[in-house]
Design a protein around this ligand. Structure first.
Ligand SMILES: *[C@@H]1O[C@H](CO)[C@@H](O)[C@H](O)[C@H]1NC(C)=O
Ligand SMILES: *[C@@H]1O[C@H](CO)[C@@H](O)[C@H](O)[C@H]1NC(C)=O
Ligand SMILES: *[C@@H]1O[C@H](CO)[C@@H](O)[C@H](O)[C@H]1NC(C)=O
Ligand SMILES: *[C@@H]1O[C@H](CO)[C@@H](O)[C@H](O)[C@H]1NC(C)=O
Length: 241
């Protein structure tokens, strides 16, 4: 609808205070509220290229946004930092091949043809954690974990919200060339599933592939078969509680 800039402006804006952001075809991400503080999602993983990665997500104390903790150590030093990382659309599955995680969580269909402008985080892909909050620095290559934490105003722990992160999603750590170094699934480790799984409209929190983002009529219809199946499993499990 109203995407306001070009990549040229985005580059120029790096040194200026000008906001130059690309709004998704379904609009900007709204701030989330009412995120439960007793629900925790976690991703814990390692690979030959990342000694350890640990992230957790829980409702901010006032419920506005989601508090994120990130600790990463031992990223393969042959790929110097910084290291971007994101929430991706699909779980890794059994194969440990990060390709299976698909694209970034992008419920407002913004895609990543123009880099996230961190001064206008509502315009960024919801799953673009490093775009909004900074890449992991070169120190993440050390044995001592590099840790950071922040509140992301646009993630949601509510299953009926498009920006819900509990819908069979994953985390991927990349090198600067976008190579996927390691990945792991986001799973609920504590909390009440009846809070986070309350939505019967779960399938509308669709997988958010960036392959068909420009078609404004296609938002709700862009539902991958495998993720829809996972969605239903998650939804069914949630109803048991
Ligand atoms: C990315 O999203 C923008 C904004 O909705 C759109 O203009 C552009 O065509 C999309 N690019 C691709 C490759 O889908
Ligand atoms: C989340 O991670 C941080 C940093 O590792 C840790 O201090 C905190 O205890 C974790 N929170 C939960 C609920 O596990
Ligand atoms: C680091 O990555 C490079 C390139 O993928 C690989 O050749 C090397 O074996 C890796 N080193 C370790 C310690 O895994
Ligand atoms: C991961 O999957 C992709 C796509 O199926 C494939 O091209 C690639 O070779 C696989 N990588 C590994 C390390 O198996």
């Amino acid at each position: 609808m109203h995407f306001s800039t070009s990549s040229v402006l985005a580059a120029v804006a790096a040194g200026a205070s000008t906001v130059s952001a690309l709004t998704g075809s379904l609009g900007d991400a709204p701030k989330t509220t009412g995120n439960p503080t007793d629900v925790v999602y976690e991703a814990k993983f390692s690979s030959a290229q990342v000694k350890s990665a640990y992230l957790n997500f829980t409702g901010a104390p006032d419920g506005n946004g989601v508090l994120v903790h990130v600790c990463v150590s031992g990223v393969n030093a042959s790929t110097p930092g910084p290291y971007p990382y994101h929430i991706h659309d699909f779980v890794v599955g059994s194969g440990e091949n990060c390709t299976a995680t698909g694209a970034h969580l992008d419920p407002y269909l913004r895609n990543d043809t123009v880099a996230c402008d961190s001064t206008a985080p509502q315009t960024c892909q919801v799953g673009d954690l490093s775009g909004k909050h900074g890449d992991l620095p070169a120190e993440a290559a050390l044995d001592t974990p590099y840790c950071t934490s922040y509140t992301d105003d646009f993630l949601s722990l509510d299953a009926s919200n498009k920006a819900f992160i509990g819908n069979a999603r994953s985390i991927v750590v990349h090198n600067i060339n976008k190579v996927r170094l390691a990945c792991g699934d986001l799973t609920m480790v504590s909390g009440s599933a009846s809070v986070a799984g309350a939505g019967s409209s779960t399938p509308s929190t669709s997988p958010t592939t960036s392959s068909t983002p420009a078609v404004s009529t296609g938002g709700a219809a862009v539902i991958g078969v495998s993720s829809l199946a996972l969605t239903i499993v998650v939804g069914a499990a949630a109803m048991l509680f």
